[in-house]
Design a protein around this ligand. Structure first.
Ligand SMILES: [Zn+2]
Length: 717
C-alpha cells in the first residue's frame, strides 16, 4: 500500500475532525495562536478541529518544556502536545500538529542524504534522535521532492552545541532557506492533503487572478450598460496586472471598466459564480486600481438567493471611492452571507474627467475574519535600502483603534536592531487614545496579531509571516513596579505623529527577529516596492480559563507521564481572571465601531481580583451536577458543561451525557467495557511501575520518552 512522507499505517491517522483540549497551563497568547493555526488548517486542508467531547482519542495541548509532539495518532486516549515558552507562533503550532497528524521532520526522510548532511558531532548530546532518518518501510515521501522550504525542516542551527551548523544543505543556496516558520509550504500541504485524502477545504471559497479567459466563471451582468474587459495593460494605468507585475510574457491579466469611454452614470457589473457558504461570515479580498476619476466608484454587493427570491436580491456591502492613484491597493470587505450567493462588483462612472477607469485583480474569498486594520508601507524597498540599523531606522504605523476602543500602533525596525541585524523587528505599542478614561486598565487580554502579508495571488498558497502579542494585565515592567499594559499616559513616554500631534506611547512588545531580510525578499512579501502589515486586536479574555482539564478516560501515555502531572481539578485557573471588569467599554467616543453599552464602572475591582484566589473568579462549579452516566461536570465560559466518559467502542454524548453511542452490539459493549476497565487498570499498574522505575533510573526513562516525541529547537529570540 502506498503511504506518504509520514508514519506508515492507517492506525496512526486521526479522524478528519481532531478533538482537542487546550489546558489551562497554556499561555493565553498561545491559546489564541493555536486557534489561528486551526484556521489555517481549515483554510488550506480538509482537517478540522473540535473541542473534545469524550471521543476516544484526543490531543491535549499544554505548556510543557519546549514545543513537541508525538508522531501520528498513538491511539492512547489523551495524547499530549506541548506548546511551551516561546512556542506561541503560528507556524510552530502548525508544525507540531503536523507531527501529531503523522509527519516526521523533512530531514528525517529516507532520501535526505541526497539533499542534506547531518553533522553529528555538532549536535547537543542527547538530542541526536531529532535527526533520525526513517527508512522507506517506516515513512514514505509520496513522490514529492525533498522540500527545503517545508515548515517541517529544521534550520541549520538546530540543536547545535557550538556555532557551526548541524545541517548542511548539498545545494549551498538552501542553507538559509531551511527552517522557515512562516506557514505551510506547497509540498507540506500536498503531502497532508494526500495523506488524508483531502479534496476540498472547509472555509476556502474562491480565488481568481484573471489569468484565464474563463475569468473563473465570473459573468457580465445584463443589468448594466457597459462591460468589464479582460486586459493586461491600460495606457492610463495600471501598466501591469497585480498577479505577475508584468514579469511574465503573454500573461498578467486583470478586469477593467473603462470609464473614459462611457457617459456619466454608466455602470458595468461583474458577478461571481454561485457560491455556497457554510459558516455565515466571509472575507473578500481584492486589489483595486483607480485610474479614472475621483467620482468613479466601485460598489461591492452580494446577490442572495432564497426560496422567496429565486432570482436573488441584491444587498450593498461596501462603497469604494477615492482619488485616482498610480498603484494597486488591497481591499478587505467583510460579508455575512448565510445562503447561496454571488459577489457582485459594480463600477459606476461619475461626472468628473476620466482618462482611465477602474481595475480589479487577485480576488480571494474565504470564510474567515478580515483583518481589522491594514498598514500599507508603499516605499518599503526604498526604506530597506536606505534605513540604518537600530532605532534610527525604525518606523511607526498610523494609530489604530480596537473595537473595544484601545489605541495602538506598530513599530518596525526596518534594518533590524543592533543585536539582530538583517532582520525585520516588529513591536506593538499601546498609545494614548480618545477613550482612555472609559477603558479598563491595565489593558486585559487583548490579542494583537501582526501579519506581514505574502501577496501571492492565491490565499491558499500564501506563506505570510505573523506574530501575536497578548496584553496580560498582571504583567509588571522590568524596570519598575508599573503594570506593563497600563495607561500609556501613565507608563509611556511622549511621542509625536508626523503632523506634530503629541501623544504618549507605552512600552513595546514584539520580536527583533520577525523575519530575516532574505525571507522578506522571497515570495511576494514585497510587490510594487511595498508591503502590507495586517493588524487585528481582539478580546481573548474568554480563553483565560476556557478549557478545564479532565482526567483521561481511556489510557494514560506511560512514557509521557514523567513529564507532566495532569491538573485534574475542574475549577482550576492558572491565572486570576479579570472578567468582572471586562464589561467596561468606552462610552463617549465615536471611533470604536462597537456600540458602547456599560456604565462607566471605575476599575478598582481589578486590584482586588489580583489578590483573590483564582477559584473565586470561577462561578460555583456545577451547582446541580447535570451530567448522567458518570460524566464530569466542568465550567466553560461560565456555563456548566458535561465531559462524557468513553471507551474503545462506546461513548456517551449529549448535553448531559444522556445518549450512548456504540460501534457494536450491546452485549459486546458490555464485554469490551469490562475489558477496557481491565486494560485501564493494567495500564495504570504498568504506568506506576514505569514511573517508579523511571524515578530510579532517570537517564534510561528519559531517552525512552523522547523516542516517541519530537521536539523543536528553541531559538533565543
Ligand atoms: Zn518538529
Amino acid at each position: 500500500m502506498q503511504e506518504r512522507n509520514s508514519i506508515i499505517g492507517d492506525e496512526y491517522r486521526w479522524p478528519h475532525v481532531v478533538p482537542y483540549v487546550l489546558e489551562d497551563s497554556l499561555e493565553v497568547n498561545a491559546k489564541g495562536v493555536i486557534l489561528k493555526a486551526f484556521e489555517q488548517y481549515r483554510l488550506k486542508t480538509c482537517i478540522d478541529f473540535k473541542p473534545w467531547e469524550g471521543e476516544e482519542n484526543y490531543i491535549s495541548v499544554f505548556k510543557g518544556s519546549g514545543c513537541w509532539s508525538s508522531v501520528g495518532n498513538r491511539q492512547q486516549g489523551l495524547q499530549q502536545l506541548s506548546i511551551g515558552a516561546n512556542c506561541d507562533r503560528i507556524a510552530t503550532i502548525e508544525h507540531e500538529f503536523l507531527h501529531a497528524l503523522g509527519f516526521w521532520h523533512e530531514q528525517s526522510r529516507s532520501d535526505r542524504d541526497d539533499y542534506v548532511s547531518i553533522i553529528w558531532d555538532r549536535i547537543q548530546t542527547g538530542r541526536e534522535h531529532n535527526f533520525n532518518k526513517y527508512d522507506d518501510k517506516t515513512s514514505d515521501s509520496l513522490n514529492v521532492p525533498y522540500d527545503y522550504t517545508s515548515v517541517m525542516h529544521y534550520s541549520k542551527t538546530a540543536f547545535r552545541n557550538g556555532t557551526e551548523p548541524t545541517i548542511v544543505t548539498n545545494i549551498p543556496y538552501f542553507m538559509d532557506v531551511i527552517g522557515q516558520r512562516m506557514d505551510f509550504s506547497d509540498s507540506d500541504l500536498q503531502k497532508l492533503n494526500q495523506l488524508y485524502n483531502c479534496s476540498s477545504s472547509l472555509i476556502f471559497m474562491d480565488t481568481c487572478s484573471f489569468e484565464l479567459e474563463n475569468i473563473c466563471g465570473m459573468i457580465q451582468s445584463s443589468d448594466d450598460n457597459s462591460d468589464w474587459q479582460h486586459l493586461s495593460h491600460v495606457p492610463a494605468g495600471p501598466n501591469t496586472d497585480h498577479t505577475n507585475m508584468g514579469e511574465c510574457e503573454d500573461s498578467g491579466y486583470f478586469m477593467h471598466f473603462n470609464t473614459s469611454a462611457v457617459a456619466g452614470g454608466s455602470t458595468a457589473i461583474l458577478e461571481s459564480r454561485i457560491l455556497y457558504p457554510k459558516r455565515g461570515f466571509q472575507c473578500l479580498q481584492f486589489y483595486f486600481y483607480n485610474s479614472g476619476s475621483e467620482s468613479d466608484q466601485l460598489y461591492v454587493w452580494v446577490r442572495e438567493y432564497s426560496d422567496a427570491h429565486p432570482n436573488g436580491t441584491l444587498r450593498l456591502i461596501e462603497e469604494i471611492k477615492g482619488s485616482p492613484v498610480n498603484y494597486w491597493q488591497l481591499h478587505h470587505v467583510s460579508l455575512n452571507v448565510t445562503s447561496k450567493f454571488r459577489v457582485v462588483f459594480q463600477g459606476v462612472r461619475g461626472t468628473g474627467l476620466s482618462n482611465g477607469g477602474l481595475s480589479i485583480d487577485d480576488i480571494n474569498l474565504s470564510e474567515t475574519q478580515c483583518p481589522h486594520h491594514v498598514w500599507h508601507i508603499r516605499n518599503f524597498t526604498d526604506l530597506l535600502n536606505t534605513s540604518p540599523a537600530g532605532t534610527a531606522g525604525k518606523i511607526y504605523s498610523p494609530p489604530f483603534y480596537s473595537s473595544k476602543g484601545y489605541a495602538f500602533q506598530v513599530g518596525l525596525y526596518i534594518n533590524g536592531t543592533i543585536d539582530s541585524p538583517f532582520n525585520l523587528g516588529i513591536y506593538l505599542y499601546l498609545i494614548s487614545g480618545a477613550n482612555d478614561d472609559q477603558l479598563q486598565w491595565p489593558c486585559a487580554w487583548q490579542q494583537v496579531t501582526m501579519i506581514l502579508l505574502d501577496q501571492h495571488p492565491d490565499i491558499r498558497q500564501r506563506m505570510s509571516n505573523q506574530r501575536s502579542v497578548t496584553t496580560d494585565p498582571l504583567e509588571l515592567s522590568d524596570s519598575s513596579s508599573n503594570y506593563f499594559w497600563d495607561r500609556p499616559d501613565k507608563v509611556g513616554s511622549a511621542a509625536s505623529f508626523p503632523n506634530g500631534t503629541t501623544f504618549m506611547r507605552g512600552p513595546g512588545r514584539g520580536t527583533s527577529a520577525f523575519i530575516t531580510h532574505q525571507r522578506l525578499r522571497s515570495r511576494d512579501f514585497i510587490k510594487e516596492g511595498g508591503v502590507y502589515v495586517l493588524l487585528t486586536m481582539e478580546d481573548v479574555s474568554h480563553l483565560v480559563s476556557a478549557q478545564p482539564s479532565v482526567p483521561p478516560t481511556v489510557v494514560m501515555n506511560s512514557t509521557d507521564s514523567a513529564v507532566r502531572p495532569t491538573p485534574i481539578a475542574n475549577t482550576t485557573t492558572t491565572r486570576p481572571t479579570t472578567r468582572t471588569t471586562t464589561t467596561t467599554k468606552p462610552t463617549t467616543t465615536t471611533r470604536p465601531t462597537d456600540k458602547p453599552t456599560a456604565a462607566k464602572t471605575p476599575i478598582p475591582t481589578l486590584l482586588v481580583t489580583l489578590t483573590e484566589k483564582p477559584e473565586m473568579d470561577t462561578p460555583e462549579s456545577c451547582p446541580d451536577n447535570p451530567c448522567e452516566n458518570d460524566g464530569v461536570c466542568v465550567i466553560v465560559d461560565r456555563k456548566a458543561v458535561c465531559r462524557c466518559p468513553s471507551g474503545n467502542n462506546w461513548w456517551y454524548m449529549g448535553e448531559r451525557c444522556e445518549r450512548k453511542g456504540t460501534t457494536q452490539e450491546n452485549t459486546i459493549i458490555a464485554v469490551s467495557s469490562t475489558i477496557t476497565v481491565f486494560v485501564v487498570m493494567l495500564i495504570v499498574t504498568i504506568t506506576t511501575v514505569v514511573c517508579l522505575k523511571k524515578k530510579y533510573s532517570k537517564g534510561e526513562g528519559k531517552e525512552k520518552a523522547e523516542s516517541l516525541s519530537l521536539e523543536e529547537n528553541k531559538t533565543s529570540f
